[in-house]
Design a protein. Structure first.
Lengths: 117, 194
């Protein structure tokens, strides 16, 4: 993958996956890996962080004589996710404007960057 | 390396982080490997990476977490944990940990030795100066002009030597301190500029 994933974007991706259905560590990782280039051990710290911030909670469900830990999104998780979503759309639109082929290149504000050095 | 070996190795590498964090990580990876659907004896490293990499990931995150906690409530224990975890992050492997502690101890011993030498020299210079002054005063009460001149000269010489020695040590210590602090300041400025 050409573009790097930053921590908030990774948080947003995980929350986005869990928004639709509760998942456990392995499927979560596999779902994320279908789209973004991360290693198998990337998500553990992310999940811990989101859990600690109160965006995710967990519950255990028995599966084949052992427990599986499911992650589920909380209300504050949904809030932060909608914030991330808005931020992402703004960012994406700006980047699109910059790199797209169209003529509507945004003008720099007066006294902008050409004063540097 | 099969699941059991992997988990054992991981536990060894996480031995020095808080128990709760270690337990949670081990449970997660135990479950994770079982969900990978491999046989009991199958290799997990090819997919999951080495225990070393996984452990580093966990320790880094753990350090970050404790730094944030310490910012909120500044306890001595919290700070100590952060320092301890940072040290772990640097060393990363349990094998090199005792070695690292030894090197650290050696460095501390070195610093203490240098400080002790400085202190000793300073005390000797002080002693020289004081005894020089005492001998100088004493010379007034010695009988005979020859003895008077001898003790007077000796007293002055000793006091002078002591003062010179003291001055020398103070200059050296100050220049060393200056250099250390200036370097710190430059490093800080660089950090701000970045």
């Amino acid at each position: 993958m050409t573009y790097q994933l930053t921590a908030p974007l990774l948080d947003a991706c995980v929350l986005g996956i869990v928004r639709h259905e509760d998942s456990y560590g392995y499927t979560l990782t596999q779902k994320a890996r279908q789209i973004v280039d991360i290693s198998e051990s990337t998500l553990y710290p992310v999940l811990r962080r989101l859990q600690k911030s109160g965006y995710l909670t967990t519950y255990d469900e028995p599966y084949q004589g052992r427990n599986r830990r499911y992650y589920t999104i909380t209300d504050s998780g949904r809030n932060i996710l909608s914030y991330y979503e808005k931020e992402w759309i703004i960012y994406k639109t700006k980047i699109d404007e910059l790199i797209s082929d169209s003529e509507t290149v945004p003008l720099l504000e007066e006294g902008g960057s050409d004063e540097q050095e | 390396m099969n699941r059991n070996e992997f988990l054992k190795e991981l536990e060894k590498r996480l031995l020095y982080i808080p128990t709760e964090d270690r337990q949670d990580a081990l449970e997660y990876y135990d479950e994770y490997i079982k969900d990978m659907g491999l046989g009991e004896e199958e290799d997990v490293i090819a997919k999951l990476g080495t225990p070393k990499d996984v452990a580093r990931n966990i320790i880094d995150d753990c350090t970050q977490k404790h730094i944030e906690q310490t910012k909120e409530n500044k306890t001595f224990k919290g700070k100590a944990t952060v320092i301890w975890l940072s040290l772990l992050g640097i060393l990363s492997l349990p094998l090199s940990l005792p070695l690292g502690i030894a090197i650290l101890a050696l460095a501390i011993a070195f610093v203490i030795t240098v400080l002790a030498i400085c202190f000793a020299l300073f005390v000797s210079s002080l002693a020289c100066t004081i005894s020089g002054v005492v001998i100088f005063v004493f010379s007034f009460f010695v009988p005979g002009i020859g003895q008077k001149v001898l003790t007077l000269g000796a007293g002055l010489a000793l006091a002078g030597l002591g003062l010179l020695l003291g001055l020398l040590i103070i200059t050296i210590v100050r220049s060393v301190l200056n250099r250390i602090f200036r370097r710190n300041r430059i490093a800080k400025e660089e950090m701000i500029n970045e």
